[in-house]
Ligand binder design. Structure first.
Ligand SMILES: [Fe+2]
Ligand SMILES: [Fe+2]
Length: 473
């Protein structure tokens, strides 16, 4: 399905046929651009990265590539093609026609979920706004900007839903999405992970691996929604999300490949690895502990009556709902292990519908493990002990039954004093952040790359590595 690029706001939702909506969005557009100039990537407004832009929403060829100044990027509203006679695939409404309008009784629930998702999109652009100054190569700089403009488009996707289906409340929420800012003391972003600074590229790659992957799972849950416009919007967003996770996965892999190369020359001692200009594996593990635990919280509490009602009412399903046999989940149960308050653990059986967060979190964790196994493969292939591991899902949690518990990365409950001491070793220290920060020197010559990261396997869109992926005007 082609996208109409002659419109001020490119779209495939026939915006021209709905003058009121078109005017409302044209009113929001300059505010979005102001936000981009103030809160988007700093000092790169005149630069021209080689960007991918959506031109259709069918699988065959949705993307076109070219150098474009970011403020001129064609952000727009693109929904996946409608599925004829689509039915609700789970919950109490199973088999009934999907809703083309918001059911009155679900209005505030859907609005809150869309606002929470929408809030993460500009938040990540804000978190990453300084990274352009320290990019390890033009290739990486281009990938950063590609992620940034697509997160900007994801904001457009959610704002479209708010404007088109939620009337005046929706328009007010769309304004507020530009008024909250990541890390702002007075008006922070809604979810805490999106207020964490991303000050260096190791954090950026961890974020795109772990936190964007949470985004993928949230979007996959919404892609099942009985509210068809939300399902179609998020389905198209998922095509863009794939690139974000590629950036994270390959970025960490390239750091590790460089680290083990240096280890082959100077040995395993972290100090010597650092002195040779690479990031030692224990530091990588500490960053991993930080971002994985932070991202786990985004799935919410293990047991949630809210999430049970989202499932029952058809608002939010499980990723890949069709792969499950039971789409009602009315009778099932799940065992949740939790602290007993006396230094031990206990388990509780909860209704399956209340356990949806935990089911999705477990699926997410399994996918994260695939990445860690791959990275360990590089370490083992270089002849070293491959010991990178995801910390236990009980570690450093701020949400759910394990919130604020003195747990080590293996999942053991420790005496408070031992745990406090341990935390200093399990998470990036100030010295770690300073060291990683000291490596972040900008490289701007085509084909050249910083010393702490290996070059990528291939360029973008089959272009060579020394292509001018960003014209720094
Ligand atoms: Fe996104
Ligand atoms: Fe993303």
């Amino acid at each position: 399905m082609a996208i109409d690029y002659l419109e001020r706001i490119p779209n495939n939702v026939d915006l021209a046929g709905n003058r009121t909506l078109q005017r409302a969005l044209e009113h929001w557009q300059p505010r979005f651009l102001d936000w981009w100039r103030e809160m988007g990537p700093t000092d790169f407004l005149a630069s021209e990265p080689y960007l991918r832009t959506a031109i259709s929403v069918d699988r065959a060829g949705w993307a076109s590539f070219g150098h474009v100044k970011m403020p001129d990027y064609r952000w727009g509203i693109f929904l996946a093609e409608p599925e004829p006679d689509r039915r609700i695939g789970f919950g109490d409404e199973y088999g009934k026609p999907a809703w083309q309008q918001v059911p009155g009784e679900l209005r505030s629930t859907l609005r809150r979920l869309i606002v929470t998702q929408g809030d993460t999109e500009p938040a990540s652009v804000e978190q990453q706004r300084l990274l352009g100054h320290t990019a390890p190569s033009l290739y990486d700089l281009r990938n950063l900007f590609q992620v940034n403009v697509e997160e900007g488009r994801h904001l457009w996707a959610m704002v479209y839903l708010l404007h088109a289906y939620f009337g005046r409340d929706g328009r007010e929420e769309a304004e507020a999405l530009l008024e909250r800012h990541s890390g702002d003391a007075d008006r922070p972003r809604i979810l805490s992970t999106f207020n964490e600074p991303i000050a260096d590229w190791l954090s950026f790659f961890m974020f795109t691996f772990f936190t964007d992957r949470d985004g993928k799972f949230q979007l996959k849950s919404f892609a099942e929604s009985g509210f068809d416009p939300l399902a179609r919007t998020t389905r198209f967003m998922l095509t863009e999300e794939g690139h974000h996770m590629f950036v994270g996965d390959s970025g960490i892999a390239r750091i590790i490949r460089r680290t083990v190369e240096v280890m082959q020359q100077v040995g395993q001692d972290p100090d010597r690895v650092r002195a040779a200009g690479a990031i030692d594996l224990p530091t990588i593990q500490r960053y991993l502990n930080f971002w994985f635990s932070s991202s786990l919280d985004l799935f919410g509490a293990e047991s949630s009556s809210n999430v049970a009602s989202y499932f029952a009412s058809g608002v939010k399903g499980r990723p890949d709902e069709t792969k499950f046999d039971d789409h009602s989940c009315r009778d099932g149960a799940m065992t949740i292990v939790q602290p007993d308050g006396k230094g031990g653990i206990t388990s509780e059986e909860i209704p399956l519908r209340n356990a949806m967060n935990e089911i999705v979190r477990n699926a997410y964790t399994r996918e994260c493990e695939i990445g860690v196994r791959r990275w360990n493969g590089f370490i083992a292939a270089a002849g070293f002990k491959a010991g990178l591991a995801l910390p236990s899902s009980r570690f450093r949690r701020r949400q759910g039954v394990w919130a604020n518990q003195p747990v080590d990365p293996a999942g053991n409950i420790l005496p408070e004093a031992v745990w406090t001491k341990g935390m200093a070793e399990w998470l990036p220290s100030e010295a770690d952040r300073l060291f990683v920060g000291s490596l972040m020197q900008r490289v701007t010559q085509p084909g050249k790359i910083a010393g702490w990261i290996a070059p990528p396997d291939r360029g973008v869109n089959e272009l060579p590595l020394d292509y001018d992926y960003v014209r720094l005007n």
